[in-house]
Write a protein that binds this ligand. Structure first.
Ligand code: AMP
Ligand code: MG
Length: 327
């Protein structure tokens, strides 16, 4: 298949591909998404094939407005309404009871659907041109770091999808926060662009993300995506902190390895790294991490050392991605 590349001025043509049940990747404020008509089973199935995604990993549905939300979800609890009013459009995905029209492949057989309104003008305009909600997981081959630039989407999916809307690198660089709003109290299933502290302003009783519980049976059933390998470059990822001693570091890497470093502070012994990226804050670190992983792979680095960050704010989501990438 020849992939067509679109600019933001060609969204009508990209929308026509979606109407023809084809896949189109597009930018959002979190990462690039791979969109298909959420109400068309044949279109949704193509997402799983192009990504190589396990069929029991459900997709997030992207809607442009509250009218489209009612096509997808029903019985919206009051707390979900409060969260939507505060954080939509934005990087918060809310799990709700699903409408029967949503393709069962979107929800991987669950009776719930994960939905959000993205805060990105291209994404919103594309959904409006298509005329229906878009099921859109991250636009990368399954297991790889999410795509934060259109070039990264092309690297993974050129020839496998009908269209790609190009745009600027994404703002957050990490995926949305997923909240189960059916649970009482609501709970965070995946940390992401909206932090626990922000959510607590609206819903003080919200249950924080529990990393240890993600492999438990209950969580594997409620949010099946969490049990899969994620966000990994080919290079080995090692998470380091100020407490990592030189001898521990030497043990972790082989003497002959080519090693890259990404973090906020300058590392000890900078000469040992082939390439170093120092970010000025956690948001910048989060925004640049996946691209750094991909560049390390393109230059055949053996190990990427990533500085640990404080377990608060967007740092919780960043640490989660680093932990998964290093497993
Ligand atoms: P991705 O599309 O790659 O960003 O991954 C979507 C994430 O949302 C995965 O962690 C899924 O498990 C989660 N998710 C999608 N739909 C549901 C749902 N109905 N219930 C719970 N989690 C969901
Ligand atoms: Mg993904």
């Amino acid at each position: 298949m020849k992939t067509r590349y679109f600019s933001y001025l060609e969204l009508e043509s990209a929308g026509k591909l979606l109407q023809a049940a084809e896949l189109v990747a597009f930018p959002t404020e979190t990462v690039f998404g791979l969109g298909a008509n959420a109400l068309n089973a044949a279109a949704v199935k193509k997402i799983f094939v192009a990504k190589g995604r396990p069929s029991d990993n459900p997709l997030i549905v992207h809607v442009a407005d509250f009218e489209q939300l009612s096509m997808i979800a029903r019985d919206v609890p009051p707390v979900a309404n409060l969260l939507m009013q505060r954080f939509w459009p934005g990087p918060l995905t809310i799990v709700l009871p699903k409408q029967p029209e949503v393709s069962e492949h979107v929800c991987a057989g669950l009776d719930t659907v994960a939905v959000r309104i993205p805060n990105h003008s291209i994404a919103l305009e594309l959904i409006r041109h298509a005329g229906f909600p878009l099921a859109a997981p991250s636009a990368n081959r399954s297991g790889r770091p999410s795509a934060t630039t259109w070039q990264a989407v092309a690297e993974d999916l050129d020839g496998l999808i009908a269209g790609l809307v190009c745009g600027e690198p994404t703002q957050f660089g990490l995926e949305s926060t997923v909240v189960d709003a059916i649970a009482n109290p609501p709970r965070i299933l995946r940390p992401g662009g909206v932090s626990l502290e922000q959510l607590q302003e609206v819903c003080p009783e919200i249950e924080p993300y529990a990393p240890c519980a993600t492999s438990s049976h209950e969580n594997a059933v409620n949010s099946p995506g969490l049990k899969y390998r994620h966000y990994k470059p080919t290079a080995r990822v090692i998470v380091v902190s100020a407490a990592t001693t030189d001898s521990e570091f030497a043990l972790a890497i082989e003497a002959t390895s080519a090693v890259d470093y990404v973090g906020i502070s300058t590392p000890r012994n900078p000469a040992r790294y082939r390439s170093i990226l120092i970010c000025s804050n956690v948001s910048e670190y989060a925004a640049k991490l996946f691209d750094f992983f991909r560049k390390a792979d393109l230059s055949h680095v053996d190990v990427v050392c990533c500085e640990a960050v404080d377990d608060m704010g967007i740092g919780v989501a960043l640490l989660d991605r680093l932990r998964r990438a290093s497993q």
